[in-house]
Design a protein around this ligand. Structure first.
Ligand SMILES: O=C(O)CCC(=O)C(=O)O
Length: 311
């Protein structure tokens, strides 16, 4: 892998909220657990062929895959090491070089102007990945895709990705506080530590799905509340941290597992975050991209094409 010498522009794509979801959840206060299955059923009714096709492909591809990393449903996560997914060493080298070339985007002046947002700064985000087909090829490599398919029970859609840098910071706000992601009731993000990540680098920190569910039942509003409230509701000493060498990582259902990261870093952290959703999910990714069908540099089978929405 050789990173392009292009310095990526910081193109942002807006989050498109589903207006019906907004009306039902925000205005009529109907819980998400009731709305999302309903919205999904509406979307499936709109494209039943896609729904059946993805289920069928999932069944066939899982039956023919001898070895894949299984993500237990009860836990909602699974760690992996560099050797578990071919290509991780090359990925780490590539992302490190992109980071080194792009650091100038975040000059000391930039950081001074944005004192409160010194975490998860996007080195690459959304459509910018189309300039790095090697990274897209990795994201839909079969060891990753087959694990996600096994967990979600369908060929998922790769909906977004971010290569993020979190420099030293003094904050605990927004995604630095425990929260669930909202795009669906279940989803998978793949977190890859590009730098070796230790306790003082604000590692991804989460609570397994079954305990998170218990916490949610005890206190109805769980997002962005204090750690103490989460602990009192049954999660004390239950946190799990993604600490490990470059190339270590985790599959995490961020809709079912309370999580935070990049909190009080003392040293830099660089992480690649890849997001997979069910195709009929009501919400869009916060860093979405659509891969053009003729993007050079990709070598894809039919399952990988489905995951990228290329037909
Ligand atoms: O890794 C982090 O700093 C937090 C990531 C996060 O909250 C997310 O991707 O949903």
């Amino acid at each position: 892998m050789n990173p392009s010498t292009d310095i990526p522009e910081m193109e942002k794509q807006p989050i498109r909220q589903n207006w019906l979801h907004k009306l039902l959840h925000k205005h009529l206060r109907i819980p998400r657990s009731m709305i999302q299955p309903f919205l999904m059923a509406v979307k499936i009714a709109g494209s039943p062929g896609q729904y059946r096709l993805r289920k069928r492909y999932a069944k066939e591809s899982l039956a023919s895959t001898k070895k894949r990393l299984i993500i237990p449903n009860k836990d909602g996560y699974r760690f992996f090491e560099g050797g578990d997914i071919p290509g991780i060493d090359a990925l780490v080298r590539y992302c490190t070089r992109v980071y080194e070339e792009s650091r100038t985007l975040f000059s000391p002046e930039y950081l001074q102007k944005h004192p409160t947002k010194r975490f998860l700064l996007p080195i690459l985000e959304g459509a910018e990945f189309c300039r790095h087909p090697q990274l897209i090829q990795f994201m839909v490599s079969r060891p990753i895709l087959d694990s996600v398919t096994g967990y979600l029970g369908t060929i998922p859609r790769l909906v977004g990705a971010r290569l993020c840098w979190s420099p030293p910071n003094e904050t605990a706000r927004s995604s630095q506080l425990f929260h669930f992601d909202y795009e669906d009731l279940t989803q998978l993000k793949v977190f890859v530590n590009i730098f070796e990540t230790k306790e003082d680098q604000g590692p991804l920190t989460f609570i397994p799905a079954d305990i998170s569910e218990h916490v949610q039942k005890s206190i109805r509003r769980v997002s962005r509340v204090s750690d103490e409230r989460i602990y009192k509701a049954g999660a004390r000493n239950k946190e799990v941290k993604l600490i490990g060498p470059a190339g270590s990582g985790a599959f995490l259902d961020t809709s079912r597992c309370l999580h935070y990261g990049s909190r009080f870093n003392r040293r830099d952290r660089l992480v690649l975050i890849i997001q997979f959703l069910n195709i009929h999910t009501a919400y869009q990714s916060t860093a979405p991209f659509q891969v053009p069908p003729d993007l050079p540099g990709l070598d894809l089978d039919s399952v990988q094409k489905l995951a990228l929405g290329i037909h």
